[in-house]
Design a protein around this ligand. Structure first.
Ligand SMILES: [Cu+2]
Length: 158
């Protein structure tokens, strides 16, 4: 009897905390959805005969909770993947990122040459320098963000 009373008294406050937690969490998700920002979006041109390109940008999160880039979509390419690059001995290797990219709260993640990038394959029409293309980023919490990319060189490189 003493045990069941203890369990009951321990259980109810826990339920209360869980309910309060879920309310707080859902209002925080709305903040995170507004917290995602994208800057410095650019992609490599894909002139006639080249059907592959890479796109780069900086994803910022001003929100109080972390988010995650889940997948990327584009109408102008048949296949769009998130890749990472790393050194395997002396060889630079490209890997498919299958579990997305975490975007920590009040922080930012750079997709840049030599690191994370958006790999665009089987591009349907040439993408010439100066032209713009839309790539859609699907986040775990912020849902979908459409970003305009300009074909050319890295804005950081000038
Ligand atoms: Cu790649």
């Amino acid at each position: 009897m003493r045990v069941s009373l203890r369990r009951a008294s321990g259980f109810l406050p826990l339920m209360g905390a869980l309910l309060m937690g879920s309310v707080a969490l859902s209002s925080m998700i709305a903040i995170a959805a507004n917290g995602i920002s994208t800057t410095s979006a650019w992609m490599r041109p894909a002139p006639t005969g080249i059907s592959i390109s890479a796109a780069y940008l900086v994803i910022g999160n001003d929100g109080k909770i972390g988010d995650r880039l889940m997948r990327v979509e584009a109408d102008f390419a048949e296949k769009v993947e998130v890749h990472s690059m790393s050194m395997d001995g002396e060889v630079m290797k490209m890997r498919l990122v299958t579990d997305g990219i975490g975007i920590p709260a009040e922080n930012s993640v750079e997709l840049e040459p030599g690191g994370y990038h958006i790999m665009l394959m089987q591009i349907k029409e040439p993408v010439l320098s100066g032209q713009k293309r839309i790539i859609r980023f699907v986040f775990e919490k912020a849902a979908e963000v459409a970003v305009e990319f300009t074909a050319g060189h890295s804005p950081a490189a000038g």
